[in-house]
Design a binder for this molecule. Structure first.
Ligand code: PMV
Length: 352
């Protein structure tokens, strides 16, 4: 008889930080220099779909990953750390119960697909590692909670730990050397503030110039502003942001979001030599958001930028016409250079 193939599938959402993770205190374990907070976007729009399988009949003895149809390198230390952690948890279950099949000894095949451009600064690594970890955890029937799985996903890509939850999610930096307290924590379910929307403006779907790992390393090593960011700016922003989310205070949510994005990009500009993720097109989007808020007489839109030129604009459903309508009107004129793309549309915030 042919050996059984064991299989499990899952999806994981993209998250976009409103208080940014930027800086590692331990590069091997992906431990951050500061806590961060993100909003999880709807899986209907942006998500990774991953299937994990294993079988003693698989001819290749090595684990493998197919990403968007092409074989992908999994020999990197971070991916290996995820596989190792998942296997060791499965081994523990098998050691405690001899009737369980020995899945931990079988090669793993992972097949993963994004429905958006990979590595374009659209947080593909976050959804990717979160989906990989959850798919294998499901395959191995691990009893671990989302917070426990976030510890494993964090080792793949820091921001991935936040994609184990929907809604408003904090990554608590922790202070333990082994990283056992550096994990994701649900601040509020998406249903707490379901009017939140995000508009994604794709300036470029090309791969980003300076990887987040390298950018963080250079910033930590050379920026003077960075020290103030991690000791003063971020702790204050985390406190204000959690309060804004709890109180559903959009004006405060928006101000902290924009200030924190500006602060993060300022530390990049203060890096020596400087790193520029935002470009002229990005800055045009900042001005458009300022105009929208001026015209409304209150803050109804907030921009934020990750390690690339693309812009995410947060707003509330009631202001959709004013925000999205205005953006589409200026697309191609004042906000020249923005490409209308599959990802450039309003998306709901997901509930897991
Ligand atoms: O998880 P990484 O290593 O891709 O780093 C993500 C860094 C930012 O996207 C810029 C900020 C964040 O908190 O997601």
């Amino acid at each position: 008889a042919e050996a059984k193939v064991y299989r499990a599938s899952t999806t994981a959402p993209v998250n976009i930080a409103v208080v940014k993770y930027w800086g590692k205190r331990d590069a091997k374990l992906n431990l951050p220099t500061n806590s961060s907070l993100s909003v999880t976007l709807s899986q209907a729009d942006l998500r990774t779909l991953t299937t994990a399988s294993c079988s003693s009949s698989y001819s290749a003895t090595e684990d493998s990953l197919i990403l968007n149809g092409s074989p992908s390198d999994i020999t990197g230390a971070r991916t290996q750390a995820c596989f190792r952690a998942l296997r060791s948890r499965r081994s523990a279950l098998e050691a405690a119960d001899a009737s369980l099949p020995k899945l931990s000894a079988m090669p793993l095949r992972i097949v993963s697909e994004n429905n958006f451009p990979t590595a374009a600064g659209l947080a593909s690594s976050a959804a990717g590692f979160a989906a990989l970890v959850r798919a294998v955890a499901n395959l191995y029937e691990l009893p671990d909670s989302p917070a426990e799985l976030s510890l494993i996903a964090r080792q793949g890509s820091g921001s991935a730990c936040r994609s184990l939850f929907g809604g408003y999610v904090a990554w608590r930096m922790g202070d333990k050397e082994d990283g056992s307290d550096s994990l994701a924590d649900l601040v509020a379910e998406a249903s707490h503030w379901p009017e939140m929307r995000a508009l994604i403006l794709v300036a470029s779907a090309a791969k980003k110039g300076v990887s987040s790992t390298s950018g963080m390393q250079q910033t930590v090593a050379t920026s003077g502003l960075f020290k103030q960011r991690i000791t003063e700016v971020v702790p204050k922003n985390m406190e204000l942001m959690e309060k804004a989310v709890q109180a559903k205070d959009f004006a405060s949510f928006a101000e902290v979001t924009m200030r924190d994005s500006n602060s993060f990009h300022a530390t990049c500009a203060d890096t020596y030599p400087p790193i520029f993720y935002m470009n002229d097109v990005s800055r045009a989007a900042v001005r458009a958001v300022e105009k929208i808020n001026e015209a409304a007489g209150q803050t109804i839109a907030a921009y934020t930028f990750d390690a690339g030129p693309n812009c995410v604009v947060y707003y509330l459903e009631k202001d959709e016409a004013a925000v999205v309508g205005t953006f589409y009107k200026v697309l191609g004129s004042e906000v020249g250079g923005w490409k209308e793309s599959a990802a450039a549309h309003a998306t709901d915030i997901s509930v897991e």
